[in-house]
Write a protein that binds this ligand. Structure first.
Ligand SMILES: Cc1cc2nc3c(=O)[nH]c(=O)nc-3n(C[C@H](O)[C@H](O)[C@H](O)COP(=O)(O)O)c2cc1C
Length: 312
């Protein structure tokens, strides 16, 4: 009997380890998705910044290079969401994950076409609505996460969602090693989702300067931009993001203009002066760039050790 026999996420998604690569607009490349799926977890194409042609090509690339399950992550309010969902169905994508909202009107359609559906939420209320709408599992995302965040920590959110839903639950936000994975499962999650840890992998296609910035930060090295604009986003602290935060008070329109395209700059150029390097608090716990295989091997090993030491 292996460690994750009877694990709800492994059974649902047909994967070896209950670990999901968080969908990441711009950063969730086919290359990273392939590496994660091949290593036994669930790789994810981040469709957030892709047009329909780019999405089709990304899916095609992943399907030609791995036979393992993978997911596509969509942003619910994307203007081309209907077309993107049809592309996923036609391309026989096995799993769709939705972020930033309630994907209610797509769920039954996807499920009737054999696609598993997961959705991200940052509150127990949304988790209840998603369960009623028929998703196969929910991803509870705490405020430690990189990217767009809610206002509840992973520590408080996961037990709260566990207590009000019965479907498989994945914890996201601040998970980077076997100890944090064990903690998430102790809180009631069946599996974990990681973004920042996978950003700092050899196979991640983001700029080297982005990876180096993550490695150099300590656990206080992130803060939120966009809080005053109604869409808080966790980013690495830089002089650019400090300026954005000041402008949110003084000149919100200018702050919005500065943010526009700033993640793309980080991923493609690594231009420190004009970029938002989205990353979670766990940037302070990540000290080196490792291969995806090494990341997963280490996490599972540490997870086993942690469980064993708690049992002693
Ligand atoms: C650069 C970046 C981009 C992200 N883009 C998305 C996205 O497009 N859709 C989404 O659902 N979540 C997005 N997220 C959130 C991740 O999927 C994941 O839930 C989060 O990174 C988990 O927290 P961690 O960074 O502490 O591991 C993004 C995160 C990062 C760091």
């Amino acid at each position: 009997m292996s460690l994750f026999d009877n694990n709800a996420i492994c059974d649902l998604l047909n994967i070896q380890y209950p670990v999901i690569e968080g969908g990441m607009a711009w950063a969730g490349s086919p290359e990273l998705c392939i590496a994660v799926s091949e290593a036994g977890a669930l790789g994810t194409i981040g469709a957030g910044a892709m047009n329909c042609k780019e999405l089709k090509e990304a899916i095609e690339k992943v399907k030609t290079q791995t036979n393992k399950p993978f997911a596509v992550n969509f942003i619910v309010f994307s203007p081309s969401i209907d077309e993107q969902v049809e592309i996923a169905i036609k391309s026989e994508v096995p799993i769709c994950i939705f972020g930033a909202g309630n994907p209610e009107r797509h769920i039954q359609h996807l499920k009737e076409n054999g696609v598993k559906v997961l959705s991200v939420c940052s509150s127990p209320n949304l988790a209840i609505l998603l369960e009623r709408a028929g998703v196969d599992g929910v991803i509870g995302e705490g405020l430690e996460s990189g990217g767009h965040v809610g206002d509840v920590s992973t520590m408080a959110l996961i037990p709260a969602i566990r207590d009000c839903t019965t479907i498989p639950l994945i914890a996201a936000g601040g998970i980077f090693d076997g100890r944090s994975m064990a903690a998430a499962l102790a809180l009631g999650a069946d599996g974990v989702q990681m973004g920042t840890r996978f950003l700092c992998s050899t196979e991640s296609t983001i700029s080297d300067s982005y990876k180096n910035m993550i490695i150099k930060k300590d656990v206080r090295g992130t803060h939120l931009t966009g809080e005053k604009l109604g869409h808080p986003v966790r980013v690495l602290k830089t002089s650019f993001t400090k300026k954005v935060r000041r402008l949110e008070e003084e000149n919100p329109k200018k702050a919005e203009e500065m943010i526009l395209g700033s993640l793309k700059n980080a991923v493609l150029e690594g231009d420190i002066k004009n970029s938002s390097f989205m990353a979670g608090m766990s940037a302070g716990n990540i000290h080196e760039v490792l291969s995806v295989n090494k990341i997963l091997e280490t996490i599972i090993q540490e997870y086993k050790q942690t469980i064993r030491s708690l049992n002693n």
